[in-house]
Design a protein around this ligand. Structure first.
Ligand code: MG
Length: 387
């Protein structure tokens, strides 16, 4: 197997929503196609990925460094013992000439290419990616359904409390049983009214999480923590800067319900620091690394092994992303659950067109690879790279 070509394109997300910190009006993502020399009927197998949501397109780094390194590597140096591409060797190749540290300078570009490679590998094996990941990293075990919650409750212009409650009802009617809403975008009294209004619809704290998107300083986070604690929410996500581990440790010492973070941690070392110094409680708090933004699936599996060695269980890991890349990982590695963003982020949100959430659970697609071919609008966008 050889990599024949790697192509990328920046695509706008086209979203008007806002969290506590910024809006998505300028947000883009990179779509990537890895073209291989293996195919059927003269059509090469192509692996696709995109760099998830929340980080801008990273094609410049890909084209300047990572794509040329892979394409000029001697093909044999990238192969496993069965003649397929070994993603770990591809990662090593892309890391040549990279200074340690400053992970997000490269982890998103590399992770997106790595993810597209896995899509191609699974298609060549004619298996859904979650089964391939299960075979490589989970002793062959995979989940046949995955808990999936809504990352919702965004701030929208002119929104009322009744609008927030209507949104909660829509998600419950669609089959979800847990919803996350934003906090930190309004004065605390108004934010708490929003949270309590959402809670009144979802029923109880275990079904509701909140996400501050790293808005707060230490004092603000402690104030929100004190106000939220009696509600016993499922988790309080990103109260402070993603690498302010001192503040996380202080919050964990005073806030009893679970905390969550990880979508802005880009390496195994970052996550190790979180659990070593951030006070994160094994079996209780929630870690949310986004696979294509943090060097891809192989690094995720290493991060998982590091966490398990420190007493963490797979059920505490909830990959960020709300897409089939995270779904394949969650099913393949038997992780806690994944996210969904109904009606947000255009073609880049969500799952296969025929996917249905039933009682809060979603079945991963049985299409070979990640399953983008089952998302008509997204796949049409990706096909522009090769048509
Ligand atoms: Mg978040």
């Amino acid at each position: 197997m050889r990599i024949v070509d790697i192509r990328d394109m920046a695509v706008p997300i086209n979203s008007t929503i806002r969290n506590a910190v910024f809006d998505f009006s300028e947000m883009t993502t990179s779509i990537v196609a890895v073209v291989t020399d293996i195919g059927r009927n003269g059509t090469p197998t192509v692996g696709f990925a995109f760099n998830s949501t929340g980080r801008y397109a990273c094609g410049a780094q890909m084209r300047a460094r990572f794509i040329p390194r892979l394409l000029r590597a001697k093909p044999d140096t990238l192969l496993d013992d069965k003649g397929g591409i070994d993603p770990a060797k591809a990662l090593t190749c892309m890391m040549q000439g990279e200074k340690p540290g400053a992970h997000s300078d490269r982890s998103i570009a590399i992770g997106t290419i790595e993810t597209a490679l896995w899509d191609a590998i699974a298609k060549i094996e004619d298996k859904p990616l979650y089964r391939v990941l299960a075979e490589r990293f989970n002793g062959g075990k995979s989940a046949d359904k995955v808990f999936c919650y809504v990352g919702g409750g965004w701030y929208r212009p002119g929104q009322t409390i009744a609008d927030v409650q209507d949104e909660m009802r829509r998600h419950l009617d669609a089959g979800y049983t847990m919803i996350k809403i934003k906090v930190g975008g309004l004065p605390i009294a108004e934010d708490l009214r929003r949270v309590e209004a959402a809670l009144a619809i979802v029923g109880f704290g275990e079904r509701l999480a909140v996400d501050a998107n790293a808005k707060f300083n230490r004092e603000e986070a402690l104030t929100y923590a004190k106000a939220l604690a009696p509600l016993k929410l499922r988790w309080f996500e990103e109260p402070v800067d993603p690498i302010d581990f001192e503040a996380y440790a202080e919050l964990a010492s005073v806030y009893d319900p679970p905390l969550g973070t990880g979508e802005n941690l880009y390496s195994m070392q970052d996550v190790k620091n979180l659990v070593a110094f951030g006070g994160f409680r094994a079996g209780w708090d929630v870690i949310q690394v986004d696979p294509p933004q943090a060097y891809g699936y192989g690094t995720y599996a290493q991060t998982l092994a590091m966490l398990e060695a420190r007493g963490w269980s797979r059920s505490s890991l909830w990959p960020h992303g709300g897409n089939q890349m995270s779904l394949a990982l969650t099913a393949g590695l038997s992780l806690g659950g994944c996210e969904s963003y109904p009606g947000v982020f255009g073609v880049f949100a969500g799952y296969a067109d025929d996917a249905r959430v039933v009682d809060g659970y979603l079945k991963p697609s049985d299409r070979p690879g990640i399953g983008f071919e089952g998302q008509q609008a997204l796949y049409a966008t990706m096909r522009k790279l090769i048509d």
